[in-house]
Design a protein around this ligand. Structure first.
Ligand code: SF4
Length: 776
């Protein structure tokens, strides 16, 4: 159906990525090279970390400063995580720091909500106003009336959790669509999360993931290319071609949101054709017999109807995966955006187990661990989070649990779903949240149901925005707190690859603000929680966290390129998912792993892979994975599909932007200036649409005005767009786009129907709907 070579040629896609117009040429240095590259006139090279994706993802850089101005960035060759590589965002950092869109001083709203009238106040005044409000509400409505929103795990996430725990609120508002969903379904099926073994597998399935763009400039693309070079067969499962699928041997173009149906059909083929590893199933799996019966209804022909993938290709991929010497599946964030997400992930986990790939080199079982959550991996530093203080009373007070209360706290701590927190303001069920603090997140573009979110922000008692630049919803805020970029801060430290490195301040803060970490410390002190917030001292905080290593922050600073933790007697650790241990051949112990629930019940009550899940069954959920339609789809709502024949979904990340950030950075915006809808040339021709035309995309819930990019590498019945568009770019004369109808905010087009748009167990909000497209 598609000539991949000519498609790639036409798109100019290469392994090296897109050429970047105004950016300085990419460079990577050792410390000595960086010092030599720093030319006279007061230019200096400062070793530190990049902070453009979040605010910290552990890519080591040299930041060059001339006459007190941050001028450019190079990669740090010595850094074990990125080994000198940096992405376009990392290189564009100076333009972000000096952007006219920066917030410079704290603001207090003086006009009506949404009007955008503010008065400048000091940092201390802002902290005082917030503290006064929180104290008053805690007394009147209880501590649970406070919620904080977190779209993704950030380096300050544990400080948010700490503040909430000390305050007494369980309402940490996790996105409901990111990482924890995979962590949950894998943990309750396999006892932990398998990490794909790119080095050892002869077959690699990249499923709902974009290894070249969707993670930091670290191992993703490197591992992929190395696997390709050594001859691994690569299968890409996703609705549209991206650089990874362009290089893959097989592209499986499924309809958005139908991952569960595909995995169930693959299981059907494997079980019917007896391609299972009988001895692994016998020894390590619980409930296989029940699955064998249950799976009969999910034939490849049924799968073809739902997923749009030919039955023959479903059979082919299932056979390749089951008969490989060792096949790995790298399951990405794409599978977490559908009401069937939990069952999609469980079905994939079961594929790994019943084929025995979990027990083969390259199958991921050697990296099966529960090490998600706070950085530090093997406990090398003290945790900021105070999980030991959770009580059943706190769990019971969750306003809109991301996972059912019985499964809380999960790996990051207790969590309500981001969207449900905002929804509680409108429904007042089970009670209304009174204050929302939103650090580094923009609810009107970050979560679904934009119109309803705006209604909630209008009704909310007190809204605090904490960010570096203007945000999409700051006009609804009562207080706006600007924060320092990581280039204006000397904290925190980073753990990576078995060593620890301090962050260095590159320039002094450009306005009257502090870092986001200092925000939590200052607010803690103002609330009377000084004992738990190091009495407001960042140095005391860092020294306390470092105490298990017998190190102080000054000692860490003595090693500007990082200090080995082995040398300090500490265990090597690593931030982020999957740093936990485990291993193939050690299944008896992994399958006994205790859950993070307060009762510490094991994830797997039978001590075996939970093909048939009695834990879920006991709580009223499907014991076996099932297919569930998205709220709107060609197979689930065929009548609606007559009016809206195309399926819409979105890309979560791009090479240029982190979520809804950074459209204000000219270097990046030049590369990706407009919101472009990927539409197949046949679908466009049928509607008289040409490349670059402005078009209207309309769903049952809203519409956007964007440009068309004729894209042969997408299913003809599907259209996709990058999410997060609203921000203008002053330097390029590009204005802000509307957040609601007529803008380019894809979240405005999705359903938030409480009965259909969420996975019943793990929240996972749908990012699929039906649309029609026409010329504007
Ligand atoms: S991936 Fe890019 S933006 Fe993220 S930390 Fe690395 S260089 Fe910075």
């Amino acid at each position: 159906m598609l000539d991949r070579r000519s498609f790639l040629n036409s798109m100019g896609v290469s392994v090296c990525g897109t050429s970047l117009y105004g950016l300085p040429p990419f460079s990577a240095y050792t410390l000595n090279e960086a010092m030599a590259a720093a030319k006279g006139d007061g230019e200096r090279a400062i070793p530190t970390f990049c902070g453009m994706c979040g605010p910290s993802s552990g890519c080591g850089i040299y930041a060059f400063v001339k006459n007190g101005r941050f001028i450019r960035v190079s990669g740090m060759k010595e850094c074990p995580t990125n080994q000198g590589a940096i992405c376009a965002k990392g290189q564009a950092a100076p333009q972000w720091v000096y952007s006219p869109a920066r917030l410079k001083t704290p603001l207090k709203r003086i006009g009506a909500k949404g009007e955008g009238k503010f008065q400048e106040i000091t940092w201390n005044e802002a902290i005082g106003i917030i503290a006064e409000k929180l104290k008053e509400q805690k007394k009147k409505f209880g501590p649970e009336s406070l919620a904080m929103l977190s779209p993704a795990r950030r380096s300050y996430s544990d400080y948010m959790q700490r503040f909430l725990i000390v305050h007494g609120s369980p309402n940490y508002g996790h996105s409901g669509i990111c990482a924890m969903q995979r962590g949950f379904a894998f943990s309750y099926t396999l006892g932990g999360q398998p990490m794909c073994d790119y080095q050892g597998s002869d077959v690699l399935i990249i499923w709902g993931k974009q290894p070249f763009y969707s993670g930091p400039a670290q191992s993703g693309a490197r591992n992929y290319i190395a696997a390709k070079k050594r001859g691994a067969k690569i299968i890409a499962i996703k609705p549209s071609i991206e650089p990874d699928s362009g290089m893959a041997d097989i592209w499986v173009p499924l309809r958005p949101g139908t991952d569960a149906a595909l995995a169930l059909s693959m299981l059907n083929v494997i079980i019917k054709e007896d391609l299972i590893d009988a001895s692994f199933v016998e020894k390590y799996c619980y409930g296989y017999d029940k699955l064998r019966e249950h799976i009969q209804k999910y034939s490849p022909e049924w799968g073809e109807k739902v997923t749009g993938v030919p039955a023959k290709q479903i059979q082919e991929v299932a056979r390749i995966y089951a008969t490989a010497k060792g096949a790995g599946i790298d399951l990405g964030n794409g599978v977490e955006h559908a009401p069937s997400a939990n069952d999609a992930i469980r079905a994939v986990a079961i594929l790994m187990a019943v084929t025995g790939n979990l027990n083969r080199t390259g199958g991921g079982g050697n990296r099966l661990g529960g090490g998600m959550g706070p950085g530090g991996g093997a406990g090398s530093t003290k945790s900021v989070n105070l999980k030991e203080r959770y009580t059943q009373e706190m769990v019971d007070k969750l306003v809109g649990p991301e996972f059912p209360k019985v499964f809380q706290p999960f790996l990051e701590g207790t969590s309500s779903a981001y969207y449900r927190i905002l929804d509680s303001v409108l429904t007042e069920k089970p009670y209304p949240i009174r204050t929302v603090i939103a650090p580094g997140t923009q609810p009107t573009v970050s979560t679904r149901g934009t119109k309803r979110v705006i209604e909630a922000l209008r009704k909310l008692d007190f809204y605090v925005v904490v960010d570096v630049t203007r945000t999409a919803d700051m006009n609804y805020a009562d207080i706006v707190l600007p924060t320092a970029t990581v280039y204006e801060s000397d904290h925190p430290f980073e753990l990576m690859g078995g060593s620890i490195m301090a962050r260095s301040r590159v320039i002094d803060p450009l306005g009257s603000y502090k870092s986001i970490f200092e925000f939590f410390l200052d607010l803690g002190v103002a609330m009377g929680y000084g004992e738990d917030f190091w009495h407001g001292s960042m140095t005391a905080c860092m020294n306390d966290l470092l105490s298990p290593l017998n190190l102080t922050i000054d000692q860490v600073r003595e090693n500007p390129l990082g200090k080995s933790l082995q040398a300090s007697g500490g265990a090597p650790g690593g931030p982020g998912p999957g740093s936990g241990g485990g291993g193939r051949g050690n299944f008896e112990s992994i399958f006994q792993a205790k859950s993070s629930r307060l009762d510490g019940a094991p994830y797997l009550p039978q001590g075996k892979v939970a093909i048939y899940n009695t834990t879920f069954e006991k709580e009223g959920y499907n014991p076996l994975p099932e297919w569930r339609e998205p709220p709107e789809s060609v197979t689930g709502t065929p009548d609606l599909a007559k009016k809206y024949p195309l399926t819409l979904s979105d890309y979560h990340t791009s090479k240029c932007y982190t979520a809804s950030w950074q459209r204000n950075v000219p270097y990046l915006r030049e590369v990706q200036p407009y919101p472009m809808l990927h539409i197949h040339p046949d679908a466009a021709a049928a509607r008289g649409i040409k490349n670059d035309d402005w078009i209207v995309v309309e769903s049952p819930h809203g519409w956007m005005k964007v440009r068309a990019e004729l894209y042969p590498g997408i299913r003809p019945d599907t259209v996709m767009i990058l999410h997060g568009w609203w921000q203008g770019c002053n330097e390029l004369g590009l204005e802000d786009l509307p957040i609601g109808d007529g803008g380019a905010n894809v979240n405005n087009l999705y359903s938030v129907d409480p009965d259909k748009a969420f996975d019943p167990l793990i929240t996972a909000m749908s990012s699929q709907t039906l649309v029609e497209v026409r010329k504007a």
